[in-house]
Design a protein around this ligand. Sequence first.
Ligand SMILES: Nc1ncnc2c1ncn2[C@@H]1O[C@H](COP(=O)(O)OP(=O)(O)O)[C@@H](O)[C@H]1O
Ligand SMILES: [Mg+2]
Length: 552
Amino acid sequence: MSSSGQAGGVPVLVLREGSNRSQGRDTQHGNITAVKIVAESVRSALGPKGMDKMLVDSFGDVTITSDGRTILDEMDIQHPAAKMMLEVAKTQDNEAGDGTTSAVIIAGELLNKAEELIDKNIHPTIIIDGYRKAAEKALDTIEEIAVPVDLKAKDYLKKVAITAMASKLVADYKEYLADLVVKAMLAVAEKQDGTYKADVEDVRVEKKAGESIGATVLINGIVLDKEVVQSGMPKRVENAKIALLDTSLEIEKTEFDAKISIESPDQIEAFLKQEEQMLRTMVDKITQAGANVVICQKGIDDMVQHFLSRKGLLAVRRAKKSDIEMLAKATGARIITKLDDITSADLGYAALVEERKIGDDKMTFVEGCKHPKAVTLLIRGGTQRMISEAERSIHDALCVVRDVIQEPKVVAGGGSPELEMARVLKTYADTLPGREQLAVRAYAEALEAIAITLAENAGLDPIDILSELRSRHEKGEKSAGIEVLTGKVQNMSEMGVFEPITVKKQIIKSATEAASMILKIDDMIAAGKMKAPPTPPGGGGPGGMYPGAGEY
Ligand SMILES: Nc1ncnc2c1ncn2[C@@H]1O[C@H](COP(=O)(O)OP(=O)(O)O)[C@@H](O)[C@H]1O
Ligand SMILES: [Mg+2]
């Protein structure tokens, strides 16, 4: 540790007082230990037999999850190297949408093995080089073992969705939810010069507590968490011609104080009549255009509600801006900002607009839209926490289905691709010079961590399982993996456990990148604290430096 030097006997201070610096092996060991601790903390969540975590944030809010990224997000990690694991999880989530836990476990294992090599005096640069070569070889191997998928046969899409949800709280409903997820993703997918593009954001998600996850439904349209404004209005309109308004159906209040002096009761009456006439005109404009449904982003005056209701229109007020925009896309409506301009050409179309009671609330369903791409998953569940975890799992499932739609190749799961990559890497290592060979071997062993962890989490003996897996892969059984529901080494393709190639490739990329980045660091300088920030309740503690291991 030195933040100062000597110049002719006079000490020169370079860093602010209170700064902290560590160098060389101290830094490497500190960072690696921190990362290992983080990886350790998500390990028990991997796979269908993995455990859930209950996380309590500084406000006392509870999250129950087995999602790698969510766990790290909620952990409030302080150590800078450990924070990079959160980055790994985020990258993995953004690029592939699944495999976050695996990416963090492999990154941790890569660093664990690197530490052993560093202790044997192998320079980090050699390790980084070896890891890079190993990653390239691993990616080639995945491409080789991957199975091309015909999107018309939806069975693989369903299988990847089931695998993604198998390790989550929603596992009991995985078959049912997988069907919905596949239908939803296929509805929004678009063909673009020979390949398909699909965006998870196009599948809208609404949540409503009540019933169970099994009551989740896919709606062929859009659901508004709003009720019809007035009880006298129809609750159901077929062949809906929808006016979407971004203007209020009220008399605008003047911006400045205006005084109107009224001298006789007649004048009051005339004044009110005039107001009423203005409101009536608004309704006339809407009905003259031919609308039978009004969805308004702003308020609707009581009198307007009354007039609309008398004319048999269904109206919804204070709809979310994002909902209005989505409705415009889905129904082909133009959003009206000035009522004077409204014509029949501005109206959107849906086969049905209907208010339904969902749980304790009423929601408005807009179904059979002009544009068939509009779909909504309405997630149900006993408690808010259950729904949140269901939403995360369904998001994973939507992502893996999207992955396969965009890159139609899958690999078997249960640690089988990792074991196959490891086998290929060990043979490859023999062709390399001494030190790099060790790094490539280390990489192969790090990949085996997935099968080991899946076995451990299922309460099986990882040593027995690993040796059986290795020998079966030696014999050419590329899909041999640990099926944790039966607790046996099985052909994972035959068991129907499949994952998108996109997820597996991204795990290799994110984990290798993070491990290399951390290995490259041999100097860590942390500025002294300027002023102690306010400590959040329950967290914080004395400010200061990061001790070797992660404090989180
Ligand atoms: N029935 C199964 N038997 C064994 N492994 C499985 C099974 N279903 C899924 N898996 C494996 O579980 C792992 C994914 O677990 P998960 O908890 O979702 O972590 P991640 O965040 O990495 O996706 C994958 O390696 C997948 O192959
Ligand atoms: Mg997963």
